[in-house]
Design a protein around this ligand. Structure first.
Ligand code: NAD
Length: 371
């Protein structure tokens, strides 16, 4: 293989994670064989199965493989298999650890209203037609990592649960810089979302974003919204947004909300990046936005489009070319115009299984590639 071989490490996770990831892997294999994209796909042991056989959900060799990968393809975490492991093992093998350990602080979540699925949304066509936005979620700080945290028992017997919303200026600046740069390559508009009317961390967030704006990005049109208003605006008039930057908690919630523009949580991909090292490399993890969906796991009905589009983000940003990613995007549109998984069913479209949707995307790739 050539020197520019790109390493992909697959971590399917639990629940519907392995089901949807299998379809994303088929797509990457198609690009390796039909378009000679130099990809080496590895499946290092991880998760509950590695815990059962090797005594740890994250063997050192797996961590090393992930560290050396150009792209990590992740499925989904959570659910009964994870709950059955001891807490320390859950933490050791968890996604939160990986994000923190590799310092993948910038999580990009594109939300696109596709013509093929526009009627699958619960929102009106005239509200969502043309939506094309990216939510940049801060991923390694804020409420999900802040300390003190925990549940304690007070002297009078009451219990107290504690989490801490905390950010430092450098954490805000680096994720805001990613968002400003993205906006510069798109429409030149950035919306920063916080809760500065109530939270000091939000005041500091807003001041840092404004400082960076003045110092380096005065060509970008910046506006700020409080998160409660932002949630309302996303369903009222989502076309007003291009690039959004927000913290870990708000980004988690707002992106699930925005997912309904696409018709289903199962449609949304994401990419998480660290800063670039001196050699230009950065750690990158690609995963659908949804979780392990225990309610439908094992039924073969999960929508794999979010996972397949995550492979598309990997092609675009880590292991292929923009032309490869564009081809996959067109193939997904083509497949969606013919068949649907149950979550985005439409009266005039055949409902297919998870694998059936993978088949449809591969068939569309063959057609569009002329092979
Ligand atoms: P979820 O995203 O797993 O599911 C929410 C709803 O959306 C469910 O009704 C589910 O059936 C549906 N859904 C999700 N993905 C779908 C798909 N691809 N196709 C069709 N329908 C789909 O969220 P949840 O139920 O709140 O959480 C379940 C578990 O997942 C929890 O343990 C949670 O912590 C975990 N979780 C993990 C991640 C991640 O791995 N990044 C993200 C969110 C939640």
């Amino acid at each position: 293989m050539s020197g520019n071989l790109r390493r992909v490490a697959v971590m399917p996770g639990t629940g519907i994670g392995p089901e949807v990831t299998a379809q994303a892997v088929r797509v990457l294999e198609w690009f390796a064989t039909r378009r000679t994209v130099p990809i080496d796909i590895a499946h290092p042991p991880s998760g509950p199965s590695a815990y059962a056989t090797l005594g740890t959900p994250m063997p050192d060799s797996t961590l090393e493989a992930l560290r050396n990968a150009d792209a990590i393809l992740f499925g989904a975490a959570g659910g009964p298999e994870i709950d059955a492991m001891p807490p320390a093992m859950r933490e050791a093998g968890g996604l939160r650890r990986l994000r923190k350990e590799f310092d993948m602080f910038a999580n990009l979540r594109p939300v696109v209203a596709r013509a093929a699925t526009i009627d699958s949304s619960t929102l009106k066509r005239e509200v969502i037609d043309g939506v094309d936005m990216i939510i940049v979620r801060e991923l390694t700080g804020g409420l999900y990592f802040g300390t003190p945290r925990g549940i304690e028992t007070l002297p009078d017997g009451r219990r107290r649960g504690i989490n801490t919303q905390v950010y430092t200026t450098d954490e805000v600046e680096r994720v805001a810089r990613v968002a400003f740069e993205l906006a510069r390559g798109r429409s030149g508009r950035l919306t920063s979302i916080d809760k500065a009317n109530v939270m000091e961390s939000g005041v500091m967030w807003r001041e840092e974003v404004e400082r960076l704006h003045r110092a380096e990005f005065s060509d970008i049109t910046l506006n700020h919204l409080y998160v409660d208003n932002a949630a309302m605006q996303i369903v009222r008039d989502p076309r007003q947004f291009d690039v959004i930057v927000t913290d870990n908690l708000f980004g988690d919630i707002l992106s699930d909300c925005a997912a309904m523009i696409t018709g289903s949580l199962g449609m949304l991909p994401s990419a998480s990046f660290s800063a670039r090292a001196a050699d230009g490399r950065r750690r990158a993890l690609f995963e659908p936005v949804h979780g392990s969906a225990p309610d439908i796991a094992g039924k073969g009905i999960a929508n794999p489009v979010g996972a397949i589009l995550s492979a598309g983000l990997a092609l675009r940003h880590a292991i292929g070319t923009a032309a490869d990613a564009d081809l996959l995007d067109r193939a997904v549109n083509d497949a969606l115009s013919r068949v649907r998984t149950a979550d985005i069913r439409q009266p005039d479209r055949t409902v297919v299984s998870t694998t059936g949707m993978g088949d449809a995307v591969l068939a569309a790739l063959d057609r569009l590639n002329g092979s």
